[in-house]
Design a protein. Structure first.
Length: 310
């Protein structure tokens, strides 16, 4: 055997041994880090654009699934060796050649592309069409909702007592446009609802024709009421979805400062919880929405000043 032949065989043996174990471990660690980084990026995008960590986790899980499926392009589902014989110019000699049949690479790439597309479409849908999404616009009508044009954007605050009659209606019970003193603060631009029966809810419906950003009020009971009495105040939006719920009693009011930009209809609900006779008998009380007002995005609130009101 010649020196050149020995050298060729030595090179083949060295090539067959592959890379050292340390190099393979580093490459595996790098791949894992890249996969984790991609999943973290997808989760962050889902959180930022989808509005909460539920969609963030969903996006990260789909990204991880994509990576697992995509590995099929390099580690296909089926491998096979096909031996082929090709005649050379020498009729007395044949050359055996072999190649690897990659049966899973194409399907893995197609599957990964579909998962990525579905992930992107879902996050985009949540981002624009679901409350809490980064680009959600409440003026966009929800499926099945009345597709009427949204009200114009407000430019100045308005007190509920000043709303036209067609925009503030009582659905149950009555309401009065009058002031009251709550913990020493004069709430002269208020509305209140008489309550006397424990557990009986009284409702006011608001349908302003102008779009507002916030609802503010000092909800409570006048200082001269019995301190044992208490009332539950609830602010609700479209389809009577709860926006804010608080309990107040004489000397212990509750402040409302709620985002109402996603709603076209509002409901004010009050329920007498306890009276001077406990939870079995009612009495004549007033549930006051102190200086209740609707504000635009840059509106300056003015709720129950400590001095005399106007």
């Amino acid at each position: 055997m010649t020196t050149r032949a020995r050298a060729g065989k030595g090179a083949e043996v060295e090539a067959s041994m592959g890379e050292p174990g340390g190099g393979r471990a580093r490459r595996a660690l790098l791949r894992i880090l890249l996969i984790l980084l991609a999943c973290a990026a997808a989760g962050a995008a889902g959180r930022i654009f989808g509005g909460d960590w539920v969609w963030g986790g969903f996006a990260a899980a789909l990204m991880l699934t994509t990576m697992i499926v995509l590995r099929g392009a390099w580690q296909p589902a089926g491998r096979g060796t096909v031996n082929a014989q090709a005649a050379t110019r020498d009729a007395y000699m044949t050359n055996n050649r072999s190649f690897t049949l990659n049966a899973g690479g194409l399907s893995a790439v197609v599957g990964a592309a579909l998962i990525m597309a579905v992930n992107g479409l879902l996050v985009a849908h949540v981002s624009t069409d679901v409350p809490g999404g980064r680009f959600y616009r409440p003026t966009s009508p929800e499926p099945g909702a009345d597709r009427t044009s949204p009200p114009a954007t407000a430019v100045t605050p308005v007190f509920l007592r000043d709303l036209p009659e067609e925009q503030i209606r009582r659905a149950a019970g009555a309401f009065v446009q009058a002031g009251a003193r709550i913990t020493g603060r004069q709430c002269s631009r208020s509305i209140y609802q008489p309550v006397s029966t424990i557990g009986l809810a009284h409702l006011i419906t608001l349908t302003p024709t102008t779009r507002y950003q916030r609802f503010m009020a000092l909800a409570g009971m006048p200082d001269d009421e019995d301190p044992k009495a208490s009332v539950e105040f609830v602010l609700l939006g479209d389809e009577q979805r709860v926006i804010g719920r608080k309990t107040a009693s004489p000397g212990k009011p509750a402040e409302f400062d709620q985002d109402i930009s996603a709603y076209t209809t509002l409901y004010l609900r009050v329920t007498l919880i306890t009276s001077k006779n406990g939870t079995e008998y009612g009495g004549d009380y007033r549930a006051v929405w102190g200086d209740a007002q609707l504000l635009p995005a840059n509106g300056q609130p003015s709720v129950c000043p400590t001095g005399a009101g106007n």
